[in-house]
Design a protein around this ligand. Structure first.
Ligand SMILES: [Zn+2]
Ligand SMILES: [Zn+2]
Length: 385
């Protein structure tokens, strides 16, 4: 009988490690890295244990942070997510292991008698999936991380999912919390208001790998008549995502910059971008620009200020508010405040609202429901066990 075991992730946010077994087949679902450095013994044990395969739902560190260390079996990840993982690894000077294989939305594949079907879902990581495991007439649906308030059509996903499953393992990050679940479109509209209210630069602190946010910021920037500066790393990630994702060269109003001198392969990659501008070009050009930044770029923003004062500019803080307690981020924010930059919070959760989790439960009518990726774990069976 197909079965599951939650090795980690029942009483904390992320770091999921789940085993799915059927006969001799043993699949590890997710290979997340502990975010606080705890649980290394379990991670070592997992890396040494024999599995038929590893299947990860998306590339966030708490789900896929250890995949490069698991070389003794196939490791599956979404096709688009793979391009991002590969690009990020190359940027760090690493080679992506050959045992990493890819899957695609709606295309089932099999590992040792277990049929696995990926369902594309909306999350703050590009190309994230829910995963359905089926064997011997029983099924387990694992949601990974998801939300219904992003740009992807939830009805399409709900229609594609099975009408009933035996077990539903769902994420519950926002259960019991008053999390912000603005839609990405609502967030875009608020960003437009902020951008239209000033003729000065608007910096946006966001994750390079949050492609949905990148799109929202670009759309707001365009609607506000601004050009957008994208750093060299984000430009590579956006290029890896491809398609309609805004990036230099493919979009006239997106221009690449590099916050520090880049050499070697990083330098070569930057030089290949036609649509790029140096610090002089940026400071002499229009002030009505949007610039994507990260906490490591304080020195660069100080240089921009030395060349042309940016006092009164705006920084949109568009990452999880908990990062404000992180020393590195706190130092960046205080450096921005010292430059006279106004800091405005504008973010929305990458995780499902409690009512959306209920909607999912009603859709798949599970016999047994397990909540992971939360501090409020529970496990309910329909017979009351
Ligand atoms: Zn997660
Ligand atoms: Zn995630």
């Amino acid at each position: 009988m197909i079965n599951y075991s939650i090795l980690r992730g029942k009483d904390k946010i992320g770091e999921n490690l789940i085993e799915i077994s059927y006969g001799e087949t043993r699949i590890l679902v997710e290979l997340g890295k502990s975010l606080d450095g705890s649980g290394e013994d379990l991670e070592k044990e997992i890396l040494q244990k024999r599995y038929s395969a590893v299947v990860v739902s998306h590339y966030h560190e708490d789900h896929a942070g250890l995949i490069k260390y698991k070389r003794d079996c196939p490791v599956y990840i979404g096709n688009g997510a793979y391009r991002i993982v590969k690009t990020a690894a190359e940027y760090r000077g690493e080679i992506t292991p050959e045992n990493i294989l890819t899957y695609r939305n709606g295309r089932s594949f099999e590992v040792g008698g277990i049929k696995i079907t990926p369902y594309l879902c909306d999350h703050s990581a590009y190309d994230s999936y829910m995963l359905l495991f089926e064997a011997g007439g029983r099924s387990i649906l694992y949601t990974g991380d998801f939300r219904f308030h992003g740009r992807k059509d939830k009805e399409k996903l709900l229609a594609a999912l099975p009408e009933r499953v035996d077990v539903l393992i769902h994420e519950g990050t926002n259960i019991g919390k008053n999390a912000c679940t603005l839609t990405e479109s609502e967030l875009e509209n608020k960003a437009v208001e902020i951008m239209q209210a000033t003729d000065k630069p608007v910096f946006v602190l966001q994750s390079a790998a949050n492609i949905d946010r990148l799109v929202s910021v670009y759309r707001a920037s365009k609607r506000s008549g601004r050009i957008m500066y994208m750093d060299n790393y984000t430009s590579l990630i956006a290029e890896a995502a491809g398609g309609k994702i805004p990036r230099p060269d493919k979009f006239d109003d997106v221009i690449a910059f590099t916050p520090r001198a880049v050499r070697g392969k990083r330098g070569e990659a930057f030089l290949k971008i036609k649509n790029k501008r140096g610090l002089n070009g940026i400071t002499k050009g229009t002030k009505r620009y949007t610039m994507l930044v990260r906490a490591s770029m304080a020195d660069y923003i100080k240089k921009l200020d030395s060349a042309a004062h940016i006092c009164g500019a705006t920084l949109i803080y568009s990452i999880w508010k908990g990062y404000k307690n992180d020393k590195y981020t706190a130092e960046f924010l205080s450096a921005m405040a010292e430059l006279g930059i106004n800091i405005v919070d504008l973010h929305t959760s990458g995780h499902a609202a409690a009512e959306d989790i209920e909607l999912l439960k009603r859709t798949v009518c599970a016999e047994e429901i397990v909540c992971v990726h939360t501090e409020f774990c529970y496990n309910v069976k329909k017979d009351g066990v």
